[in-house]
Design a protein around this ligand. Structure first.
Ligand SMILES: [Zn+2]
Length: 277
């Protein structure tokens, strides 16, 4: 994180010799610097301290493994209302892929193929959703204009490890946002065939929020790997799945999460499917 985009403060800390030696050995074995290990360890320690007594550890909740949806199973029984027990923030889609979904401050929005957003009732159903109770571990403001590559690199530098889960919320003003939304699909038509048919949405000079997650690549059969973010305009009227953006002034909040909860569907389709490893 030794980077011009991330404000840092230099600190000198005296450690017992034994602990310092162990830190150096651990760092060498992991191919990291002692400072990188210290930052990661400290962030997790402070996050745990901040939780009030008895409050559950934060977890990413998946209503189904994404591999089932990618296989073309677009109808599941999970109610949006069920998601509320697991989070107030997240993303996903609706049965028959009827638009992208984003959940912000406990409100669930449907982002339709034409880019329009509207709140959805709790009795709608989803084949795939990923939610958590959002409580950022770190929050930083950035005033600089960043193209999409620089923005992604900045997000990457704010994550202390590629092997953890993170909820990410970015509020601010965007020079440009490119997004798309799925349109309603027949069941059993695998997603990839439709990718090139997705309508493009484009926004310029707009205030809004990006909400989503970072998932380690080795969990790809359960959740989309890497960054997955959905965009919603500040007036909550338009949005979509983020394709690219150019930021101007943004506040980035990141929640470090070390637990994953997964529900497995109890549908005949799922139970009898041959799923890829
Ligand atoms: Zn998406």
């Amino acid at each position: 994180m030794n980077d011009r985009h991330v404000p840092t403060v230099e600190m000198k800390i005296a450690l017992p010799a034994g602990l310092a030696g162990e830190l150096e050995r651990t760092a060498a074995a992991a191919g990291l610097t002692a400072a990188e290990i210290t930052r990661t360890a400290l962030a997790y320690y402070l996050e745990a301290r901040r939780r009030p007594d008895g409050e559950a550890e934060s977890a990413v909740y998946l209503s189904a493994p994404v591999t089932a949806m990618l296989k073309g199973f677009y109808e599941e029984k999970t109610l949006l209302g069920d998601l509320r027990r697991h989070g107030d923030f997240g993303l996903g889609t609706f049965n028959n892929l009827d638009g992208e979904m984003v959940m912000l401050d406990g409100i669930i929005y449907q982002l339709r193929a034409d880019g329009q957003a509207c709140p959805v009732a709790d009795d709608a159903r989803t084949p795939f959703a990923c939610v958590t109770f959002y409580r950022p571990t770190v929050s930083e403001a950035f005033e600089e204009e960043l193209d999409y590559a620089a923005f992604q690199a900045l997000l990457g530098r704010l994550l202390p490890s590629d092997n953890m889960l993170y909820a990410i919320r970015v509020d601010g003003f965007f020079r440009e946002v490119q997004a798309w939304s799925v349109s309603r699909q027949e069941n059993y038509r695998p997603l990839n065939e439709e990718e090139h048919n997705r309508p493009a949405l484009s926004f310029e000079n707009i205030s809004g929020v990006l909400a989503g997650f970072y998932t380690p690549k080795f969990i790809r059969s359960l959740n989309f790997p890497g960054f997955h973010l959905h965009f919603l305009t500040a007036d909550r009227r338009y949005g979509g799945h983020l394709h690219a953006c150019r930021t101007e002034r943004v506040k980035i909040g990141i929640q470090f999460i070390q637990q994953l909860k997964l529900d497995l569907p109890m549908t005949i389709d799922y139970l009898t499917a041959r799923l890829p490893r």
